[in-house]
Design a protein around this ligand. Structure first.
Ligand SMILES: C[S@@+](CC[C@H](N)C(=O)[O-])C[C@H]1O[C@@H](n2cnc3c(N)ncnc32)[C@H](O)[C@@H]1O
Length: 404
């Protein structure tokens, strides 16, 4: 059996218990319908129309369940296809869907390269999969071929610098434990980890913790037989070879090199002269803390990201209550967030606090402007920094029909 398949039959990842479905919904990026709308459909998709989605390498079902639940919540006539080569992972994902009474999912056990046979799709989720393929370019191509016109993809691939220490250990464990059965490899790897010298980069990297969470986490992080991380530049190249282009990396603000450089007009001018992908590549090199890249991508010239200049655009906040955020902006003039060991300050004008407080996922920008007594021009001036600051950290999206 293919060693990657053998791994996911023994250790479905991430480890999930279908009994937990009654207690919580796991949400993340990519693939929340509000995000899909924002990044791929300009925030204007009509969700009463059918939506065909593929969750490629769906694993134990995190992205699948979130997508299916959120689409059911808004009454979208969705057809979702789950495709994974691991039967053990599918059993977990299927049990989770059953626990929630989700009927919109077709489960397929098979190779991601067969994706076009089940399409076309308006959206494809593919998280943590392409970097494990023997020929990742063939995987990128298969997903691109499975896309309907105007459709888009939400991807996550591993990134090298934030995973500093992982790859030498993967190679060492490959050399040392190659012929052992999976359970023995886990036991022996834990023994080796406990005795690693202080000089090894792995225990020195504070960003890595999956190995402590579960055996499946340890296996995925350190015992993988096929795992190639992507720099921004490499990911951009893989997308381009498949006829796709990045719409946005998440969080966009983390991919702005100016965040990591001293304020200096000369340096800023050099950054400005770079192409968008080169800028993102520079940010990755300077930040050093990116463990993954999450990117929305589509065919160049199709769909694309929502813009703030529309009266009908409906803003949604992610993971923060509008009133609480408005209070913080009014008192502190911004917010700060911590991601992968680094704090990022988001400056927001105090005067914009009432506008932020008016976001409820239903009112349009035009309605918020009218309620605030601002004409469209004055509103645009006040809203611009809110849009840039919050979209920059994936805290604000636009969708006329989807809900958080
Ligand atoms: C790290 S898990 C990620 C699961 C899920 N996407 C998530 O984010 O939670 C990778 C999954 O990809 C599947 N996979 C790897 N290579 C595949 C291939 N060539 N075809 C189909 N599935 C594959 C594995 O079986 C595994 O379930």
């Amino acid at each position: 059996m293919d060693p990657v398949r053998r791994q996911y039959e023994s250790y479905p990842y991430p480890e999930r218990d279908p009994a937990d479905e009654g207690a919580r919904l796991i949400e993340g990026s990519p693939s929340h319908p509000v995000e899909i709308d924002h990044f791929l459909y300009q925030g204007r998709r009509d969700w009463s129309r059918p939506f065909r989605a593929l969750v490629a390498g769906g694993g134990t079902g995190d992205g699948l369940i979130m997508l299916a639940v959120k689409l059911a919540d808004i009454g979208c006539p969705a057809e979702i296809t789950y495709l994974d080569m691991s039967q053990a992972s599918r059993a977990v994902a299927e049990a989770r869907a059953q626990a929630r009474g989700l009927g919109s999912i077709r489960f397929v056990t098979g190779d991601l390269l067969t994706a076009p046979e089940f399409g076309p799709f308006d959206y494809i989720d593919c998280c943590g999969v392409l970097h494990h393929l023997a020929d990742p370019d063939a995987g990128f191509r298969a997903l691109a071929q499975a896309l309907a016109p105007g459709g888009g993809i939400g991807l996550m691939v591993y990134a090298p610098y934030g995973r500093t220490g992982v790859y030498p250990l993967q190679a060492a464990f490959g050399r040392l434990l190659r012929d052992d059965p999976p359970e023995d490899r886990v036991r022996l790897a834990r023994q080796v980890l406990d005795g690693l010298p202080e000089s090894n980069w792995f225990p020195r990297n504070p960003l890595l913790g999956d190995h402590r969470a579960s055996d499946a986490g340890l296996y995925d992080l350190l015992l993988h037989s096929r795992d190639r991380p992507y720099t921004v530049a490499e990911l951009g190249g893989a997308l381009e070879r498949a006829g796709l282009g990045a719409v946005s990396f998440l969080e966009p603000g983390r991919y702005d090199p100016l965040r990591y450089l001293p304020r200096d007009p000369g340096l800023a001018a050099r950054v400005k002269a770079l192409e968008p992908l080169e800028r993102a590549a520079l940010a990755e090199q300077l930040a050093g803390n990116m463990k993954t890249h999450i990117v929305y991508a589509g065919r160049p010239g199709e769909g694309g990201e929502a813009q703030p200049g529309r009266l009908q655009a409906v803003p949604h906040l992610k993971g923060v209550a509008p009133a609480a955020l408005a209070r913080q902006v009014a008192t502190k003039g911004g917010v700060s967030i911590d991601t992968d060991g680094l704090g990022y300050a988001i400056e927001l004008p105090r005067a914009a606090a009432p506008l932020i407080g008016a976001i409820d996922g239903a009112r349009s920008l035009g309605e918020i402007a009218t309620a605030a007594g601002l004409d469209w021009l004055a509103f645009g001036a006040a809203w611009g920094p809110v849009h840039r600051g919050l979209c920059g950290f994936n805290l604000l999206h636009y969708s006329q029909g989807a809900r958080r």
